[in-house]
Ligand binder design. Structure first.
Ligand code: SAM
Length: 262
C-alpha cells in the first residue's frame, strides 16, 4: 500500500493527481470518518414530507466509495458489501455522482452495488458546455430542475487550486443554484500548502493559482461566508470535524427552488 501523506492524501504518485484524483483516496480518508458524523435519519429529518424519489448530486466522487457509503447511510441500509440493492431503493433516492477522471468513474461503475439508484458519470463540473446539457438531461428524467441535496466532499481545494478564487466562487454559486441542501467538507489551508509542497518535491510547476489566492486562511469560514453572503444559503448545521480535521457543514438554500414546496 502506498505511504500515507500529510494533508490531502492518496496514491503513490500524488503529483500525478492534479485534481485530487487519487486512485486510493478512500484508503486514507475512509468514508466511515465522514459518515459516522452524520446522524441516522438525516434525510427524513430534512425532507419530512417529500414526494419520492429524492435526487442527490455528489461532485468529485472519485471511485465512488464515499458515494455508496453515503447512499447506504442516508437510506439506513446495512453496511455490507454483500447486501443486494433493495427493491424500490431508487424510488427513495437517486444519486448522480460525477468526477473529472474517467478511469475513477470506470472503477466506480464496475464496483457499484446500486446500479439502478446511483449513476456514475465522467464530468468536469467546471466545464459549462458539457455540464449543462448533462445535468439538465439527468434532471429531466425525473421531471426536475434541481437536486434535493448535494455533496461536495474534499473537492473545494482542488477547484480553488486549479481555477483560482473566481473558480471557487463560481463553483459554490453553481452548487447553491443546483441544490436545496448542500453538505460541504472543505479542505483547510494546511492541505493547500501540503499539495503545493508535493508538486514542488516532484519538480513540477506550482498550481497556477496557488500564490495568488486571496481567499485563504480559515477555509471553512470562507466557504461559509461565500455560501451565506453571496449564494443565498444558510448554514443549518455543523456536524463537527473528521479525525483529519475537516468540518462537515450543511447548508440550505434560502432562495426559492422550484421543487421546494413538494
Ligand atoms: C480528494 S478527492 C475526494 C473524493 C470524495 N469526494 C471523498 O471525499 O472521498 C477529490 C475528487 O474531486 C475530483 N475533481 C476535482 N476537480 C473536479 C472537477 N472539475 N470536476 C469533477 N471532479 C473533480 C477529483 O478527480 C477527485 O476524485
Amino acid at each position: 500500500m502506498a505511504a500515507p501523506m500529510s494533508g490531502e492524501s492518496g496514491g503513490s504518485e500524488p503529483g500525478a493527481a492534479p485534481y485530487g484524483n487519487f486512485p486510493n483516496y478512500s484508503r486514507f480518508h475512509p468514508p466511515e470518518g465522514r459518515i459516522s458524523l452524520l446522524p441516522r435519519g438525516l434525510l427524513r429529518s430534512l425532507f419530512p414530507a417529500a414526494a419520492r424519489p429524492l435526487l442527490g448530486l455528489d461532485v468529485g466522487c472519485n471511485s465512488g466509495e464515499l458515494s455508496v457509503a453515503l447512499y447506504r447511510h442516508l437510506l439506513g441500509l446495512q453496511d455490507s458489501n454483500s447486501s443486494p440493492e433493495p427493491p424500490g431503493a431508487s424510488k427513495e433516492l437517486n444519486l448522480l455522482c460525477c468526477d473529472i477522471d474517467p478511469e475513477l468513474i470506470r472503477r466506480a461503475q464496475q464496483s457499484s452495488p446500486f446500479p439502478s439508484s446511483i449513476s456514475f458519470a465522467s464530468l468536469d463540473i467546471m466545464d459549462s458546455s458539457t455540464r449543462e446539457p448533462f445535468l439538465n438531461s439527468y434532471l429531466q428524467r425525473f421531471g426536475r430542475s434541481s437536486f434535493d441535496i448535494g455533496f461536495c466532499m474534499s473537492v473545494t481545494m482542488w477547484i480553488h487550486l486549479n481555477h483560482g478564487d473566481r473558480g471557487l466562487l463560481d463553483f459554490l454559486a453553481l452548487l447553491a443554484s443546483l441544490c436545496t441542501f448542500l453538505l460541504v467538507e472543505p479542505q483547510p489551508w494546511k492541505c493547500y500548502r501540503a499539495a503545493a509542497r508535493r508538486l514542488r518535491r516532484l519538480g513540477r510547476r506550482d498550481f497556477e493559482h496557488f500564490r495568488s489566492l486571496r481567499i485563504n486562511g480559515d477555509m471553512a469560514e470562507s466557504v461559509t461566508r461565500i455560501l451565506t453572503q453571496e449564494c443565498a444559503m444558510e448554514l443549518v448545521r455543523s456536524f463537527g470535524s473528521t479525525s483529519w480535521d475537516r468540518s462537515l457543514l450543511l447548508f440550505k438554500s434560502t432562495g426559492a427552488h422550484p421543487e421546494d414546496s413538494r
